[in-house]
Design a protein around this ligand. Structure first.
Ligand code: MN
Length: 226
């Protein structure tokens, strides 16, 4: 199965400042958001227990991307926490297990009612091994997402326009991506498989944060200490 490769559009150059709002420490009170939220986070490194949460981006598919920057220290963000705990809204991530670990550990709630676009891509696009955000954006949407800022210092007290553009861009394309992947899964009768996996994600993340993150608890063979 092949998808149509559309012309590659690079909207990085235009500057995305008009597409987002940046807040410090928490979301504002009474922010009106839709029912399907695209969410991404940026953190200091890949170890959730060592590397703090620096930025959280939320986009409901219309209007602006809402981004919250967190200073070092304990995070107390009641509005973010309330939104993450709101099971009536679907929270969509590119690699949900990663973002959910950071949100669980630092915001204090493991989101439920979640959708993982990376799992959706793996279930829908079994003709390829390329399932990074960059690959899926390019091949499924025809949108080029730059990964230039991936290894950047997200803990900086003032984030650069390039960092903020990059962060906003990571959530701006997730709604149409979900539509495409869902349609592909549906036509192959695979949606139920993906939905079942999404339902397991909060349990997987709960085990990750309790110390089982590096073990495959579904595997038959149990690694023994050598
Ligand atoms: Mn990101």
């Amino acid at each position: 199965m092949k998808t149509n490769l559309q012309p590659v559009v690079n909207d990085q150059k235009s500057g995305l400042a008009s597409r987002y709002e940046l807040y410090q420490g928490d979301l504002p009170d009474n922010l009106a958001l839709g029912n399907v939220l695209a969410i991404d986070t940026e953190f200091m490194g890949l170890n959730v227990f060592r590397d703090r949460l620096c930025l959280l981006q939320i986009y409901d598919g219309a209007g602006k991307v809402h981004m919250v920057q967190f200073a070092p220290g304990v995070i107390n963000a009641p509005n973010v926490k309330k939104l993450m705990a709101d099971t009536s809204r679907e929270k969509m991530f590119f690699y949900a297990r990663g973002d959910m670990r950071w949100i669980g550990h630092y915001v204090g709630v493991i989101p439920e009612n979640v959708y993982c676009l990376k799992i959706a891509s793996r279930i829908a696009r079994t003709y390829t091994q390329q399932h990074d955000l960059e690959d899926v954006s390019r091949h499924v949407l025809g949108v080029k997402i730059s990964k230039e800022q991936q290894s950047t210092d997200w803990g900086a007290p003032v984030l650069t326009p390039a960092q903020l553009d990059y962060a906003a861009n990571d959530v701006l394309h997730l709604h149409p991506m979900r539509e495409k992947l869902a349609a592909m899964m549906q036509s192959e009768g695979r949606e139920e498989i993906a939905q079942g996996l999404f339902k397991c994600l909060p349990a997987v993340v709960r085990a990750d944060l309790a110390g089982w993150g590096s073990e495959d608890l579904f595997a038959y063979h149990v690694p023994r200490p050598t």
